[in-house]
Design a protein. Structure first.
Lengths: 339, 271
């Protein structure tokens, strides 16, 4: 197990280098040099900030040197300052001349995106196991068909459209739920418990939207996995031993069917993080997705590069946790019987 | 046809896609109005016999814009998936056939691409280029070839061990011929299935980008950018939001049903 862990963690190094190469390559996609396109699209860019940009990316040096210097800064977690929002640091807080702390853009927005996605992953995990199991156990029944129908529709429905409809229905027509931001205007006057419920209320719509397609995919996965397991020999053996059907499904079949889910959820992280762009920009939630969208509109390159890198690192960490979880959950790997 | 026997959902998918193909091809004949004709005397009219899906904030006929939007979404879907499939076949073939360090490098590249959040990657590229229909298609294509690559590689790895392939290699057939005459034709089924499913996700991505204003640019109509207007006017013009959303939903559903159906029918495990 420890050998596996070390191997798995070392494995991230070439991945990180590859990701940094691709991010760097994208930055060089801009026609001409990014200072000129930056200047032509962003009215806020002055000659001074262009000069800063040139220094930041060492644009006067050969490409390989540029990459090396950029990588060196990334490794020391220096992502530079944003153009658009008054030179705020991209990643982490710094102190200005007067000793005031200026928070980093990612530092402020990342926890919000993480919160939404962690709630989403938790709900996807629990609901999809229930839906998938019911669907598989009652194969071809009306319940199964309705669940499968729901899965196909949830797969096909454009999240931003559903978001618009829900906003209109629950926010404009009925005013059941708040439709933008994370807090009510007067939330500071609430008690701690009140603030918590206020936050929860604001999270219902964005979380539902961002988890929908993941929920559909993973429910289908659980259903198919359960169907596979239910046709295997050891289930037939359990049945012929006269075990109760409930026992067979919950202790024998389900365990085997949901084991691969750990990996699948790990693989769905990039989709979830990327998907937060749409949910967050529609519901005006100040998370990393909205920050990214705003930066793309403003062509705020340091922020774009920072989020691209941090988003990928998060994905790597997510899959690492998933792989470790899988290795821990599967006794064959835990005891070192198979690689 | 035997494909649809006992598989009504696949048939539904096939019919949906056929209708949409028809609409896309004959959009110019079917449209009652010029999709870009601005008429300030008929702004935000609700659906009526004159304008079956109403008019938008500039008085343009929504039905005509929807029909032309079908063309855009189909076009983007096919070209983007074409690019992705082509890259996937080339890289997957090389990896699966030659193995060794070439295989390792290609598969590591796949892993790396898969760990960058796709939507971030697409948006980042769009930020450095300019949003246009061509850039959208290329970017979606360049960011979605990883699945096909893995698929083709896996098929090749298992086919390479089969007797007819070994025999043909022993007889001195050139590598290129073994790949194009034996391996590729036998891997076609999963490639087709994943392409059909790929079109579905390309349509969703395009509409999402257009909705965010980073995809197909006005005045060209796309279902995504009609919805952007729909968001503006959601309180007084429901028809601007309802129809394009339904169109995307039905189209994506059609491709998914067709793709999943084909997988079931063509997969020998299910026979």
């Amino acid at each position: 197990m420890i050998k596996y862990l070390i191997k798995r963690i070392l494995w991230m190094i070439p991945m990180l280098i590859g990701i940094s190469l691709i991010s760097f390559f994208i930055m060089h996609l801009a026609p001409g040099d990014i200072t000129s396109s930056e200047a032509s699209f962003n009215p806020k860019a002055s000659e001074e900030s262009r000069q800063k940009l040139r220094e930041l990316y060492n644009l006067d040096k050969p490409v390989i040197v540029q990459y090396g210097l950029w990588l060196k800064r990334i490794v020391s977690l220096d992502f530079g300052n944003s153009f658009a929002s008054h030179q705020r640091p991209v990643l982490w807080q710094t102190k200005d001349k007067n000793g005031n702390i200026i928070k980093g853009l990612i530092q402020e927005s990342l926890p919000i995106t993480l919160l939404i996605n962690l709630i989403g992953i938790f709900l996807i995990f629990s609901i999809s196991i229930i839906l998938g199991t019911i669907s598989a156990v009652k194969q071809n029944s009306i319940v199964d068909r309705s669940i499968t129908f729901f899965i196909f529709v949830a797969f096909a429905i454009p999240g931003f459209w559903l978001a618009l409809l829900l906003m209109y229905w629950t926010g404009v027509m009925n005013q059941w739920l708040p439709i933008s931001g994370l807090h009510s205007l007067d939330y500071k006057s609430f008690s701690q418990v009140g603030q918590f419920f206020d936050l929860l209320k604001h999270l219902i719509l964005p979380v539902s939207i961002s988890m929908l397609s993941g929920l559909a995919g993973i429910s289908l996965y659980v259903r198919n996995g359960m169907l596979d397991v239910l046709h295997q020999d050891f289930i037939t053996t359990a049945r012929s031993k006269g075990l109760k059907e409930k026992n067979i499904i919950f202790t024998h079949a389900l365990k085997n069917a949901i084991l691969p889910l750990i990996t699948i959820i790990g693989l769905s992280i990039p989709g979830l993080i990327g998907g937060s762009v749409i949910a967050e920009s529609i519901f005006a939630i100040p998370g990393m997705g909205k920050l990214f969208y705003d930066s793309v509109l403003m062509r705020d390159f340091p922020v774009i590069m920072g989020i691209l890198t941090i988003g990928s690192v998060l994905t790597l960490i997510g899959t690492l946790i998933a792989d470790i979880g899988y290795a821990w959950a599967d006794p064959r790997i835990r005891k070192g019987l198979v690689k | 046809m035997s494909i649809f026997k006992g598989n009504p959902l696949t048939l539904i998918g096939f019919i949906i896609i056929t209708i949409i193909l028809f609409i896309a091809v004959f959009a110019s004949v079917l449209s009652p109005y010029d999709p870009n004709y601005i008429d300030i005397n008929s702004i935000l009219l609700p659906p009526s016999f004159e304008h079956l899906m109403g008019t938008d904030g500039l008085g343009r006929d929504v039905l005509s814009r929807m029909l032309y939007g079908a063309r855009i979404s189909l076009f983007v879907g096919f070209v983007a998936v074409g690019i992705a499939t082509l890259i996937g076949i080339v890289l997957g073939s090389i990896a699966g056939f030659y193995g060794g360090w070439v295989d390792s490098i290609i598969m590591r590249l796949v892993d790396i691409m898969l760990s960058i959040p796709t939507f971030f990657l697409i948006l980042a590229v769009i930020a450095f280029l300019t949003p246009s229909i061509w850039n959208i298609m290329i970017v979606i294509g360049l960011t979605s070839w990883m699945g096909v690559t893995r698929l083709v590689r896996a098929e090749f790895l298992s086919l390479r061990q089969r007797d007819f392939v070994l025999a043909s290699i022993v007889m001195g057939t050139s590598n290129r011929k073994v790949i194009t005459k034996h391996l590729l034709p036998n891997s076609l089924t999963p490639i087709i299935v994943s392409s059909v499913l790929g079109i579905a996700s390309a349509v969703l991505i395009e509409s999402g980008l257009s909705f965010l204003g980073l995809g197909v640019q006005a005045p060209t109509a796309s279902w995504g950018n009609i919805l952007t207007d729909g968001k503006e006017y959601i309180q007084f013009a429901w028809w601007l939001s309802l129809f394009p959303g339904l169109a995307i939903l039905i189209t994506v559903l059609g491709y998914n049903l067709l793709g999943e159906g084909l997988r079931d029918v063509l997969d020998p495990k299910n026979k």
